[in-house]
Design a protein around this ligand. Structure first.
Ligand code: FES
Ligand code: FES
Length: 165
């Protein structure tokens, strides 16, 4: 069943979903209707965190959010992390940290981790190890063993502190 058109604000830009169907997830709408494939679909059950986005500033699994329930709300996706706002452009500090630490292998978990780490560091610029582990505990990585991801978070935190000092 089609829904009435509804609006979202995605990465600061208003967008209208005009051909949505009831029951579609926010992840589906971002990827398939709005052309934003950065958020990944690995489990579609809220288990892996690869689809993580911010909804009104809160980290959520977009596969578990009904798209229509996000109407008139602010959605931030990995495409909006860099200043280029979805276009190809300079990497955000957290993206640079992941690259420099070698924390990206297949890359499937990376968008969700980037969103989780960026959200963490916005709230806690100098997190301790336990806080970092808790913050990324919902993001599964099948490749790296997490060592390099933890190193990337340290690098990102240091970059962010330096930029803010
Ligand atoms: S695809 Fe959403 S949590 Fe795995
Ligand atoms: S880099 Fe492959 S799942 Fe994390």
């Amino acid at each position: 069943m089609r829904t009435d058109p509804y609006r979202l604000t995605v990465n600061g830009r208003p967008v209208e979903v005009i051909d949505g169907h009831a029951g579609e997830s926010l992840l589906f709408v971002l990827r398939e209707r709005l052309g934003l494939p950065g958020s990944k679909n690995a489990c579609e059950e809220g288990e892996c965190g690869s689809c993580s986005v911010l909804l009104d500033g809160d980290l959520v699994c977009s596969c578990l959010v009904l798209a229509a329930a996000a109407a008139d709300r602010d959605v931030a996706t990995v495409e909006g992390l860099s200043d280029a706002g979805g276009e190809v452009g300079p990497l955000a500090y957290v993206q640079r940290a992941f690259v420099e630490a070698g924390a990206v292998q297949c890359g499937f978990c990376t968008p969700g981790l980037l969103m989780a780490v960026d959200a963490l560091l916005c709230e806690e610029p100098d997190p301790d190890d336990l806080t970092v582990r808790e913050a990324i505990s919902g993001n599964l990585c099948r490749c790296t063993g997490y060592g390099r991801i933890l190193e990337a978070v340290d690098r990102a935190a240091a970059m962010r502190r330096e930029a803010c000092s």
